[in-house]
Design a protein around this ligand. Structure first.
Ligand code: ATP
Ligand code: ZN
Ligand code: ZN
Length: 803
C-alpha cells in the first residue's frame, strides 16, 4: 500500500510537519503531490495537501485519505518547493504558505460540480450519470461506478470539468452559442430555397456562409439585427444548432484592445534591454535593476523582453502594484499580447480571479499581469519575472505569511534559470544599494521619451501663504496655474496624500481630539453619515456637537479629505470641471476605468485624487501637477518616511508633461527645506540615495542592518509587557554583540480592538541562529498562543509597517 505525506490545515506549531496517510485504491491514480485532499485528523476531518508519496510509513497504523478534491494538482512541484522555502523564510506555518499561493475560491467552503464541456454524446459511462444534463453534483459521480482514474482521463480529454461552486454561481458562467450544421455549399443552397420574405433568416444564413465558427448568440443577433424568433425555424430545420458553453469571465471582454506593435527602441532603451535579452538567450538567472526616470520607456522594455520569452515558448510574470493596475496599464499588455494575457487584481470577483488562475493552470495564457499574489502564478516554464515600481510597499504582504514578492521572484527565477527585472524611477534603497554593489545588474534610462524634459517644480511654502493672509488650502501660485490650464484647454492633476493626513475631529478651543475608546487612535470623520469611525476596529459614534472636555461648540472636523478639496476648489474656480478619484468614487465596479476614460476624453479639466492617481497615468494633455500637502508622509513614525516622500513626489510629478506639451509641478509644503522634498523637486535620485544612506548608516537601519520586528499582543497590558521583556532579554543574551535588541516598546498603535501591543525590534547584520531562536520562543509559548483571544506573537522579517 502506498502512503501520502500530507500537510494538514491545522495551523499550529506541533502540526507544522508531514503526516502519513494511506491511499485507498480508488484514489491511487489521482493522489499525487500538490493535490488537495480531505483527511481524518483527531475527531475532525480537515483539508490537507499531498506533499510527496512514499512506499511505506514508519508508523504501524496510518489512517486513510477520505476524499480527493483535485483531479489535477492545485500546486505544481515547484510551488510546493516555494511553499517550503517560504515557511522557512517567514517562519510561517507550511500550511499557510501553501494556502497563500492559491485563489481564495479554493480555500473557501464550496460545493463541487461536474460540468459538461461539450454537446456531443459523452463516453457512455459518463453520459449515464449526466443523462443529458449540463451540470451535475460531484456527489453523483462519487456514487457512480466511474473511477477517479477514469474521471481524470475525461477531464484531461476535455469532456467534463470540475467546478467549485462558491456562493451561488460565482465561479463559472455560461453563454449560448450558435453554430452552423452545414458546409458553406449547403448553406448557399438553403439560401436559395428560403423565401424572399424571410429576410432575417436569410441574413443569418448569409452570416454563416461568411463565418463558419460558432458564435455567441448575442453577438449573432446583433450582427444580423435579428431576434431569437428568426433563429427558431433554422434550428428546427437543422441548419444551425445552439447550446450552452462555459465562458471564462474575462473582465476586459467588453473592451476592444487595439493591437500595438513594438516601438523601434531608442539607443538608451536598446542598451538597457541587451543584457536582459542575453540572459534570456543563455537561459541563466540574473537580477536586473532597471532604473529609469518616469516616462523613459521602461514599459516598452518589459514588453519587448516578454515578447522574446514568448518566442522561446516560455511564460512571463509581470507584477504591477495594485493601484497601478489601471485599465490603461492592462491595455498596454493586452494590446501587445492579446488573449495570451491573464490579469489578476483585487478588483475582480472571487470567481473572476479563479477563472484567470485557471487559464494559467491550463496553459491557455503565457503572460500574467497582476498584483503581489500573481507572483505565485502556476506557470511551469517561466522565462522572465518583472516587477514594475519595485519599491512599492504593497509588494510586501503584511499579515500571516509576511512575504515580499521580490524575494519570491528571485527564488523562482533561480529555479527556472530566468532573469528577474526590477524596474523603478525611485528604487527601494535596499535594491539600489545591491545594484550599486554589483549584486544586481544596473540598467539605466536617463531620458524621457519624445525628448520630453522632466517638469519644472515650484516649491510653495505654505507658512508664507498663511503669513500673507491666505488661509485656504490652495496657494495663490497653484490657483493661478490651474486657471491658466483651463484657459489653454490643458489638464491638471491634483494629488492629495491621504495616508497620514489628518481627518480627525478637534476642538479649536482646547485642542481635544476625538479618539477611539479601544485603539488610541484618532477617529475618522465620515461626512455623509455625520459619524466618526475607527479604521482599526470599526467602532463608530455620531459626530458630537460640543466638545466633551470643555463644552465649546467649536469642535469640528480638521484636516482635509478629497471631497472637501473638491468643494473648496469649486468655490475658488467655479468654471473648473473636476473629476474626483478616491476610495469613495471608485467603489463601484468599473468606476475607476470610467473616471480615467472621462479624463482622457477631456471631459474634465482637473483630476483630483489620492494615491490612486500617483502611478501609471499617461495622458498627453496633462501639463500641471499639484501636490497639496507634501509633508503628510514625512511625519509618520517610520524610518522610511523620507524615502516614501521622495518616491511619492517623484511618481506624482512624473504624470506631467510626458508627451509634446511641457509639464509643471507645484508642491505645497510646510517643510520646503527637507532634503527629500528638495531633491525630489530636482529629480536627483542619486543625491537622495547618498543623503539617505548616511542617515541609515548612522541610525543603523536597512540597508546597512536587517530588521526583525516582534509584535506581542494580549488583552492584559502587564502580560504583554512581561512577555515582551522576556523575549528582549532572551534575544539579547543569545544574539551576537553586533545585534541591537530594542524594547519593550509600546507599538505606535498601542491598543487595537482592546488588545495591547508591544514590540521588540532587532537590528542585525548577520545572525545565522536567529530563526532557530525565534522558533524556540514560539515553542515556549505554544500553549498560550493556541488560546483564542490569548497571547499573539507576530514576527516580521524586513518589516515595512512599523505601527
Ligand atoms: N521606443 C519608443 N519609441 C516611441 N515611443 C515610445 C518608445 N518607448 C516608449 N514609448 C512611449 O513613451 C511613453 C512613456 O513610456 P513608458 O510609459 O513606457 O515609460 P515608463 O518609464 O514606464 O514610465 P512610468 O515609470 O512613468 O510609468 C509611452 O507613451 C510609450 O508608449
Ligand atoms: Zn474643547
Ligand atoms: Zn478602534
Amino acid at each position: 500500500m502506498s502512503i501520502a505525506k500530507v500537510i494538514v490545515d491545522v495551523p499550529s506549531q506541533n502540526t507544522n510537519r508531514l503526516f502519513d496517510y494511506g491511499i485507498p485504491e480508488k484514489f491511487e491514480s489521482v493522489v499525487q503531490p500538490g493535490v488537495r485532499i480531505i483527511v481524518p485528523f483527531g475527531p475532525r476531518k480537515v483539508l490537507g495537501y499531498v506533499i510527496s508519496l512514499a512506499e511505506y510509513s514508519e508508523f504501524a497504523k496510518v489512517r486513510q485519505i477520505e476524499d480527493v478534491l483535485d483531479i489535477a494538482p492545485a500546486l505544481t512541484p515547484e510551488l510546493l518547493k516555494i511553499g517550503k522555502w517560504l515557511s522557512q523564510q517567514t517562519l510561517s506555518f507550511y500550511i499557510s504558505c501553501l494556502q497563500v499561493m492559491l485563489p481564495q475560491v479554493m480555500k473557501a467552503s464550496y460545493r463541487k460540480e461536474l460540468w459538461r464541456l461539450t454537446e456531443e454524446e459523452l463516453p457512455e459511462e459518463l453520459e449515464n450519470i449526466f443523462a443529458g444534463r449540463g451540470v451535475i453534483e460531484y456527489k453523483e459521480f462519487e456514487e457512480s461506478n466511474v473511477s477517479y482514474h477514469q474521471l481524470r482521463q475525461y477531464v484531461e480529454d476535455g469532456w467534463v470539468d470540475i467546478h467549485y461552486e462558491v456562493k451561488s454561481r460565482e465561479t463559472t458562467k455560461t453563454t449560448t452559442v450558435v453554430e452552423p450544421l452545414m458546409e458553406p455549399m449547403q448553406l448557399e443552397e438553403t439560401l436559395v430555397d428560403l423565401s424572399k420574405q424571410a429576410k432575417k433568416q436569410r441574413e443569418i444564413v448569409q452570416y454563416f456562409i461568411d463565418h463558419q465558427e460558432p458564435v455567441p448568440k448575442k453577438q449573432l443577433l446583433s450582427a444580423t439585427s435579428s431576434s431569437s424568433s428568426s433563429l427558431k425555424p433554422l434550428l428546427n430545420q437543422g441548419v444551425i444548432k445552439e447550446y450552452k458553453q462555459e465562458v471564462m469571465r474575462d473582465p476586459f471582454s467588453h473592451r476592444e484592445f487595439e493591437r500595438t506593435q513594438p516601438f523601434p527602441l531608442t539607443d538608451e532603451q536598446r542598451e538597457a534591454i541587451t543584457p536582459i535579452l542575453h540572459t534570456l538567450e543563455s537561459e541563466t538567472h540574473d537580477v536586473f535593476l532597471l532604473h529609469g526616470v518616469t516616462g523613459s520607456g521602461k514599459t516598452e522594455i518589459y514588453l519587448q523582453s516578454i515578447q522574446k520569452v514568448l518566442d522561446q515558448g516560455k511564460e512571463a510574470i509581470m507584477l504591477v502594484p495594485e493601484i497601478a493596475l489601471t485599465p490603461q496599464m492592462v491595455e498596454r499588455f493586452k494590446g501587445r499580447f492579446g488573449s495570451k494575457v491573464a490579469v489578476l487584481h483585487s478588483g475582480l470577483s472571487a470567481g473572476e480571479k479563479y477563472d484567470e488562475w485557471r487559464k494559467i493552470q491550463r496553459n491557455e495564457v503565457q503572460v500574467v499581469v497582476g498584483a503581489r499574489s500573481a507572483i505565485f502564478a502556476p506557470f511551469t516554464n517561466i522565462g522572465i519575472i518583472i516587477i514594475d515600481e519595485e519599491h512599492e510597499s504593497s509588494y510586501k504582504q503584511e499579515d500571516r505569511t509576511r512575504y515580499h514578492a521580490r524575494d519570491v521572484a528571485v527564488e523562482r527565477g533561480k529555479i527556472h534559470a530566468s532573469p528577474v527585472v526590477l524596474g523603478s524611477a525611485t528604487p527601494a534603497l535596499e535594491t539600489y544599494a545591491r545594484a550599486a554593489k554589483g549584486n544586481y545588474k544596473m540598467l539605466t534610462l536617463t531620458k524621457r521619451m519624445n525628448n520630453a524634459t522632466m517638469p519644472d517644480t515650484e516649491l510653495v511654502d505654505m507658512r508664507d501663504e498663511l503669513h500673507q493672509g491666505n488661509r485656504s488650502m490652495f496657494s495663490r501660485a497653484l490657483l493661478d496655474k490651474l486657471r491658466e490650464r483651463i484657459e489653454r484647454g490643458e489638464q491638471s492633476v491634483l494629488f492629495l496624500n491621504r495616508r497620514g493626513y489628518a481627518t480627525f475631529v478637534m476642538c479649536r478651543d482646547c485642542g481635544h481630539v476625538k479618539e477611539c475608546p479601544h485603539c488610541d487612535i484618532a477617529l475618522t470623520y465620515h461626512r455623509r453619515q455625520e459619524r466618526l469611525k475607527c479604521h482599526y476596529c470599526s467602532y463608530e459614534e455620531p459626530m458630537p456637537h460640543q466638545c466633551p472636555e470643555c463644552e465649546s461648540k467649536t469642535i469640528r472636523y480638521f484636516g482635509t479629505g478629497t471631497q472637501k478639496v473638491e468643494e473648496v476648489l469649486q468655490e475658488l474656480i467655479p468654471e473648473a470641471r473636476v473629476l474626483r478619484m478616491d476610495v469613495d468614487t471608485t467603489r463601484r465596479k468599473g468606476a475607476h476605468e470610467r473616471i480615467l476614460n472621462d479624463f482622457g476624453d477631456k471631459k474634465a479639466d482637473i483630476l483630483l485624487g489620492t494615491q490612486m492617481i500617483a502611478k501609471g497615468l499617461d495622458f498627453a494633455n496633462v501639463t500641471l501637477v499639484g501636490i497639496l500637502a507634501a509633508d503628510a508622509l514625512l511625519n509618520l513614525p517610520d524610518f522610511r518616511a523620507a524615502e516614501k516622500t521622495f518616491q511619492l513626489l517623484t511618481q506624482v510629478s512624473g504624470r506631467a508633461g510626458r508627451h509634446k506639451l511641457a509639464g509643471e509641478v507645484v508642491v505645497q509644503t510646510y517643510s520646503p527645506d527637507h532634503y527629500s522634498i528638495q531633491l525630489a523637486s530636482q529629480y536627483d535620485y542619486e543625491q537622495f540615495f547618498n543623503e539617505e544612506m548616511k542617515l541609515r548608516k548612522a541610525f543603523r537601519y536597512p540597508p546597512y542592518y536587517y530588521l526583525t520586528l516582534f509584535t506581542i499582543s494580549h488583552p492584559n497590558q502587564l502580560k504583554v509587557q512581561e512577555v515582551t521583556q522576556k523575549i528582549v532579554v532572551y534575544m539579547r543574551n543569545k544574539l551576537s554583540e553586533e545585534a541591537d535588541v530594542l524594547g519593550p516598546t509600546p507599538s505606535a498603535l498601542t491598543r487595537i480592538n482592546n488588545r495591547y501591543r508591544y514590540q521588540c525590534m532587532v537590528k542585525y547584520k548577520d545572525e545565522p541562529e536567529q530563526r532557530k531562536l525565534i522558533q524556540r520562543i514560539l515553542h515556549y509559548y505554544e500553549d498560550e498562543l493556541k488560546e483564542e483571544n490569548g497571547l499573539q506573537i507576530s514576527v516580521d522579517f524586513q518589516p515595512y509597517q512599523l505601527m
